[in-house]
Structures are given as C-alpha cells and as structure tokens.
Design a protein around this ligand. Structure first.
Ligand code: DNO
Length: 343
C-alpha cells in the first residue's frame, strides 16, 4: 500500500513541496485539468506533468480522473469518436508509466453536498450532505453552485443534459456503461492500465437523475460486464460509507483483486441519507477505519491509498475538502493504521 495525495496542479494552493513533507508520502494523484472533457491527453502534456511531479521527488502512477463525456454516459451517436479519444489517452498514459485511471459514471454532477463550510463544535468546518435540503431542489429552476458541477456548461446545455438524464433509466445507464467498458477494456488490458470506477457520491439518486454505482450489488453487476481485473474499482470509504447497508470490509474482501485505488475518509451518518464529513478517525464517524485497513491487509492490497476530503482546520482556506492540514493528518492516521494492522 502506498500513500498518495491529490494535487490540483500548479494552481493548487497546496504545493508539491508541502505534500512531499507529509510522512511517508510517495505519490501524487492528479489530472490534466485544462484539456476539455473528451479531447485526447497528449503524450507531451502527460510527460510534462509527470516530470514536474518527479522533480518534487514523488511518483505519478494514478490519474484521477480521466473524465467520461456525457455523450458516452448518455449513449449518443457521438460516443464512438469520444471512446476512441479515451482509448488514445489511456495508451498515452500507459506509455508514461500510469498504472491506474480513475473515472466515474455519475451523470452531470460528480460529488454533491448541501453545504461546504458546516461549522463543527471544535471550530473547524466541513462538508455536509443534508438530503432534506437537496431533495426539494430542482436544478432546472435553481441557480446552484455545488462541488462537482462542471462549470464549463452553459445554463441551457446543463438544462438539456438534466432533461436527457431524467429520461434515462438505470438500465439504459448500465447499458451505456457496458458499451463503454466493452470498448475500452481491450485497450486497458493490452496496455496494462487498471480502470477504477469511483462510486456515486452520494450513493443514491439526486435531482431525479439515475445513479448506479452504489453498493455491493452494483459491483457484482460491474464485474459481470467483465471479470478481468483491469475492470476495477476506486474504493471510496466516504462515498460508500454514507449508506448504512454497505459493509465496507466485506465488500473489500469480496472484490479484492479489482480494487486498484482507495480513498480513505470518514463520514458520520445523521439520519436517512444525510451525513457530515468528519475527520478521518474511526471514533469521529460511522466508518470503522481500522476494520477497513484490516480488510485491505487481508486482500494483500498493493495499490495506492489517499486520504480523502479533510475539514478546514487552523484557519486554512482553499478548495473545499482539499486543504493541506486535515488531509495531512488523515495521511498520518492512515499510516498508523497500516503499521498497526500489519502482521
Ligand atoms: C471527490 C472525488 C471525486 C472523484 C471522481 C472520480 O472528492 O472523490 O470527484 O475524483 O468522482 O472520477
């Protein structure tokens, strides 16, 4: 298991030098953010990114994310060309030593929260998802600005997308995921790149739009598309842990070889379909982080782990969930858990 840190590139207030000073930090997880979704990531751009990370004494083996175009998720006629571009990017990443490519199949909205700066009693603030606030919002009529919202869409394009997804069933979304995987997996296998799908966050439908990667059954269905280990999972304890029915250690033991990337964070479930993102410690939230680490040990997990969202502490400001301090504390806690459970 190697510890990594998500970095948003040269514009990130958290620098590579900051990250490098976190104990036992080995890898940077990042992406190319200025290439529009659907266009090819060239070898040159990837090589330059890799070089900047290696110059800081860190490795670049995991991409988060190579985004999947909405046309692919919706299954429009444009998808074949976009899938070809995706395959070319995969090859270019493989040639630059990238081993794992994270993606998601969440329509329009990536991760969604109701508030980004919810005050905790210790004076820090954090992300919260309150379903009562989200359930009555109609993004067609409300001007929202939530994390995970792709701001490159105009209002009109966004409304068009939302309307199209509202007419898309879970089954159609599964068909479109299968179409995508059937097309890209042979390339991933040939070039030995592991794909890692991120679960839907939150793992239930929002805004009347389907969401399909939520629980054990979703992963069984994913692996029924292909049982090759390159058809893999980004196991996010926070996303999956916000649904009480998800027995995370059991899921890790069940899907072992397909797990290529782990996001470690804790959430405190507060009633039905609502949660607060707490600090990483087991005692702060609903996820048993030690049991998760023991399960990773038991499957002999050799992949990459990153501390996931942190609270804003010590007056830090910046990208919600992605400050330096609390994520660094998370990394140190994860290191302690790994050492503690190792035999
Ligand atoms: C949120 C992240 C997600 C994740 C994508 C992967 O903090 O975990 O945005 O990067 O869903 O494609």
């Amino acid at each position: 298991m190697e510890i990594s840190f998500r970095w948003y590139g040269e514009d990130d207030p958290v620098t590579l030098n900051n990250i490098r000073q976190i104990p036992d930090m080995k890898q940077i997880v990042t992406a190319i953010y200025d290439i529009p979704v659907g266009e090819v990531w060239t070898k040159e751009r990837i090589a330059a990114l890799k070089q900047s990370i290696e110059d800081a004494g860190l490795k670049f083996e995991v991409v988060e994310s190579l985004p999947v175009s909405e046309e692919i998720k919706l299954g429009t006629e444009k998808r074949d060309q976009l899938i070809e571009n995706y395959k070319t990017s995969l090859i270019n990443l493989a040639e630059n030593g990238v081993k794992t490519v994270t993606y998601n199949f969440m329509p329009v909205f990536d991760w969604t929260r109701s508030q980004l700066d919810y005050d905790l009693s210790d004076g820090s603030n954090t992300l919260i998802y309150n379903h009562d606030q989200i359930k009555d919002i109609d993004p067609l009529t409300t001007n929202l600005n939530l994390p995970g919202w792709d701001e490159s869409y105009s209002r009109e394009e966004m409304n068009q997308l939302i309307t199209s997804y509202r007419e898309t069933s879970d089954e159609q979304l599964w068909d479109n995921l299968k179409y995508f995987l059937d097309a890209v997996l042979p390339t991933a296998i040939e070039h030995d790149v592991d794909l890692a799908i991120h679960p839907d966050d939150p793992p239930w439908p929002i805004f009347g739009i389907p969401r399909i990667i939520k629980n054990k059954e979703s992963y069984e269905r994913l692996l029924a598309i292909s049982n090759d280990t390159h058809n893999g999972i980004c196991f996010c304890t926070g996303s999956l842990g916000s649904l009480a029915e998800n027995d995370l250690p059991n899921m890790i033991r069940t899907f072992g070889d397909h797990i290529h990337f782990v996001h470690m964070r804790n959430v405190k479930r507060i009633g039905d379909n609502s949660f607060i993102e707490t600090g990483h410690l087991s005692k702060d939230g609903s996820v048993d982080m030690k049991a998760v680490t023991e399960a990773l040990r038991d499957i002999d997990y050799k992949g990459t782990i990153r501390p996931d969202h942190g609270r804003m502490i010590w007056g830090e400001t910046g990208k919600a969930g992605y400050g330096l301090f609390d994520r660094a504390l998370g990394a140190t806690y994860i290191n302690g858990l790994i050492e503690g459970v190792s035999k």
